[in-house]
Design a binder for this molecule. Structure first.
Ligand SMILES: Nc1nc2c(ncn2[C@@H]2O[C@H](COP(=O)(O)OP(=O)(O)O)[C@@H](O)[C@H]2O)c(=O)[nH]1
Ligand SMILES: [Mg+2]
Length: 489
């Protein structure tokens, strides 16, 4: 229901949107959102993209670059004073000088890049690219905006009773069975339920299960709100259309759930998500394959949820200026360099199948959607390795110090060749438990906590030819072309 405060808020936001729109007529700007669950590869992608644009990386599919029309690119102060700056310099230093992966961050950050280019007609132009890096966990919270506490509770419970989640939810379910929603509100009961529920979410996220759909996202990335009432609630077993008795535990949980949306979800939607022109969603599909078909189906559910976000705004806000305006959405499977190149197309086909299935059930409001398997920084090269009488399509790289495989521990210096396994040629195979070819990718015994995919060190810079040396990548140029190619005509 719209209130006067909503109306004033909308007016203020509409004024901002109009200003941004007017500004971009004189100074064309693309606000590019880069998201993905924790460790999907956001930091590495932005760093590689900016480095490639500033230093003239090899991007043959990126038209403007290929046609020699990019004159240069430079960083500039970002427009949003309250958002931390993306620490590009440290990340580049880590990748190139130290050859280690950048430190992970768990919050939003922003970086402005100005691209000087020549238009197709020969005129000198500027394109301002504002990149906004934010956790995919926040994005997956947006569907909560249109859900009551009771609906969310019912959905969360149903999900937690399915495989492989049910065994992980045991302790939380046991506690839940002791709670009477109609009993008087009890802070200790709320704290215990929230803790057990959070532990269940964290267990699902563990790489053995690699579940993707785990709202509320701030339970996993609490930041400075850890321990506050807005994060101290949990689902209850209550009827979907029920009304809580006054002063009950149910009423308290419901109020906190609404606070969570008011304090965290709505501001994120309004201040960040709705302002994006283009969106990249990074997906660590290999981590899901590694965990098994349940993780793949869960990932598909998360993709559907993400696509729904582009529809939610149309129901939440009245003014067209506040609706999500992203007109291109790219789903990118990252870290393709963990596979032999013969599997890159297969990886792309599998992600495309997932996204297609999600699109069939979502409404993206006319946005263009594309799918790419890429590696922002390619840490391996391909090789054929003889094994027995057979030649196996393998990858060669330097495993990070301390990584282990087959009882061997790596020193971070020696190169090794590994056969990473093939992805199935039939994309449907990954959705079916026990299907041949897919099982081969599932991690070995549950006791083995290490990833089947070795963590390789970042590569040395490739020698430059005539240009400066550049970081090797896989299909990063195709991503660039889809995301901003049309704005550099
Ligand atoms: N081999 C390889 N590993 C990558 C690549 N991108 C990310 N990674 C790995 O994934 C980890 C997480 O990446 P990061 O960009 O920090 O993820 P974020 O949490 O989404 O920002 C890194 O530390 C690397 O180990 C890539 O292009 N190739
Ligand atoms: Mg990051």
């Amino acid at each position: 229901m719209a209130t006067l405060t909503d109306f004033i808020e909308e007016t203020r936001l509409a004024a901002r949107a109009l200003m941004e729109f007017g500004g971009s007529l004189f100074n064309p700007t693309v606000r590019l959102g880069i998201t993905g669950l924790s460790r999907a590869g956001k930091t590495v992608l932005i760093t590689a993209l900016v480095h490639g644009l500033i230093r003239g990386g090899r991007f043959p599919v990126f038209e403007a670059q290929n046609e020699g029309r990019i004159v240069g690119a430079r960083l500039a102060p970002q427009p949003d004073d309250a958002v931390p700056r993306f620490d590009y310099e440290s990340h580049v230093h880590a990748l190139i000088a130290d050859r280690v992966w950048p430190e992970s961050t768990r919050q939003i950050s922003e970086l402005r890049l100005i691209i000087d280019y020549q238009s197709k007609s020969g005129a000198m132009r500027e394109l301002t690219l504002d990149m906004v890096d934010y956790p995919g966990e926040w994005l997956l919270d947006l569907p909560l905006l249109s859900k009551s506490f009771e609906t969310w509770s019912a959905e969360s419970l149903a999900l937690s009773r399915s495989e492989p989640r049910a065994p992980l939810a045991k302790a939380w379910h046991a506690d839940l069975a002791t709670l009477d929603p109609a009993a008087p509100a009890d802070e200790q009961a709320a704290i215990t339920a929230a803790r057990l529920f959070t532990e269940y979410l964290l267990a699902c996220r563990n790489e053995r299960y690699a579940m993707s759909l785990l709202p509320p996202g701030r339970f996993l990335l609490p930041g400075d709100l850890a321990g506050s009432p807005a994060l101290t609630f949990a689902p209850l077993d209550v009827p979907a259309d029920g009304v809580p008795p006054e002063g009950s535990l149910w009423a308290m949980m419901r109020r906190r759930y609404e606070s969570y949306k008011d304090v965290l979800v709505r501001p994120f939607f309004r201040d960040h998500f709705a302002r994006l022109d283009r969106q990249v969603v990074l997906v660590d599909a290999l981590a899901a394959f590694n965990a098994g078909p349940e993780a793949v189906r869960d990932l598909e559910g998360a993709l559907k949820s993400i696509l729904d976000c582009f529809e939610i705004g149309r129901r939440t806000f009245v003014s067209a200026l506040l609706r999500p305006r992203a007109d291109r959405i790219l789903f990118a499977a990252t870290k393709a360099d963990h596979l032999h190149p013969s599997s890159h197309d297969r990886l792309e086909a599998i992600l495309r199948r997932m996204v297609d299935r999600a699109i069939a059930r979502a409404d993206v409001g006319g946005a263009g959607v594309d799918v790419i398997a890429l590696s922002a920084v390619r840490a391996t090269r391909e090789a054929q390795v003889r094994h027995g009488g057979e030649m196996l399509p393998s990858i060669v790289g330097v495993p990070a110090a301390g990584e282990t495989a087959g009882g061997r521990k790596f020193d971070g210096v020696a190169e090794v060749a590994v056969f990473p396994g093939d992805l199935p040629a039939d994309p449907d195979a990954v959705f079916q438990p026990g299907k041949a070819g897919f099982r081969g990718l599932a991690s070995g015994t549950p006791e083995e906590s290490d990833f089947r995919f070795l963590r390789f060190r970042p590569p040395p810079l490739e020698p430059g030819g005539d240009g400066p040396p550049a970081l090797p990548h896989i299909r990063l140029d195709r991503a660039l072309q889809f995301l901003i190619g049309d704005r550099l005509k």
